[in-house]
Design a protein around this ligand. Structure first.
Ligand code: V07
Length: 250
């Protein structure tokens, strides 16, 4: 840069809104433990810091007019972690909602959760159910947490339900198609993600939304989730919009 140069590469909400914004953004919020270890902090400190980023990114997604933000908060594989870490993670939904639910209501955000909730501690289920009820009338951003979620598990459950409905005559086998199949998934009534973001340099799906991501654009960054900022989401969407321009028609 030279003196007097006022240009910079910062993207703004205004810039991004000049073009269509993805309807549904899904994020694998990876690298919280590594962020902490790099600072000689316990892994749980990274999870806690990551929670603050969830709040910021939710606000930004809402102001961009994104309809659905799906966040991978806890996978079915995460039970393999040390018990102390799992116990801490299970308290985060409670803390998050105690702190931010009033703000989510204020901002017209609808909270949803997908995953097997039955296996979660009672305090976690209770906090989440309350949030779902208290925000059910909201029609702004849908903030969809994947909690104890695994995609193969979800698909197998769908298949079992379909088999059962066919056996009982509720569904004819000719009626099994992509649309009806989708309605047996936990994302029933939610459009497929247009954009998947994964942080922390891992280039994998890790059992996340395998069916639903069939046509999504993927965006990866080396940044750890606690270091993820508004500017990164704006960059991901800017890249998404450029890809759309390049491949979308004439
Ligand atoms: C969790 C913070 C973000 C980084 C990723 C792992 C740690 C928010 C929630 C949450 C979940 C449900 C809900 C409201 C908030 C959460 C877990 C972990 C298990 F209704 N952040 N966060 N849940 N982390």
């Amino acid at each position: 840069m030279f003196q007097g140069d006022t240009t910079n590469n910062e993207l703004t909400v205004h810039d991004i809104k000049q073009q269509p914004v993805p309807n549904h953004v899904a994020i694998i919020m990876d690298g919280n433990g590594r962020w902490a270890q790099k600072r000689a902090l316990p892994r749980i400190a990274g999870h806690h810091e990551g929670m603050k980023v969830v709040r910021k990114i939710t606000k930004l997604a809402n102001s961009l007019g994104i309809k659905v933000l799906t966040l991978y908060a806890f996978s079915t594989e995460n039970w393999k972690r040390p018990k102390t870490e799992v116990d801490f993670l299970m308290k985060l939904p409670v803390e998050y909602l105690n702190t931010y639910l009033p703000e989510l209501i204020e901002e017209n955000v609808q909270v949803r959760v997908m995953g097997n909730l039955d296996a979660l501690p009672a305090h976690t289920i209770q906090a989440v159910e309350q949030a779902i009820i208290k925000t059910s009338m909201n029609d702004g951003l849908t903030l969809n947490f994947a909690l104890n979620y695994g995609s193969r598990d979800e698909i197998l459950n769908a298949v079992k339900h379909i088999a059962n409905d066919v056996r009982e005559g509720i569904l004819q086998d000719e009626q099994i198609n992509e649309e009806s199949f989708s309605s047996y998934l936990m994302t029933k009534n939610i459009p497929d993600p247009d954009l998947l973001i994964r942080t922390s340099g891992e280039i994998r799906l890790s059992n996340f939304l395998l069916w639903q991501l069939a046509y999504a654009e993927f965006w990866f960054t080396d940044v750890y989730w606690p270091d993820f900022r508004e500017q990164h989401l704006l960059q991901a969407i800017d890249d998404f919009q450029k890809r759309g321009r390049r491949f979308g028609g004439v």
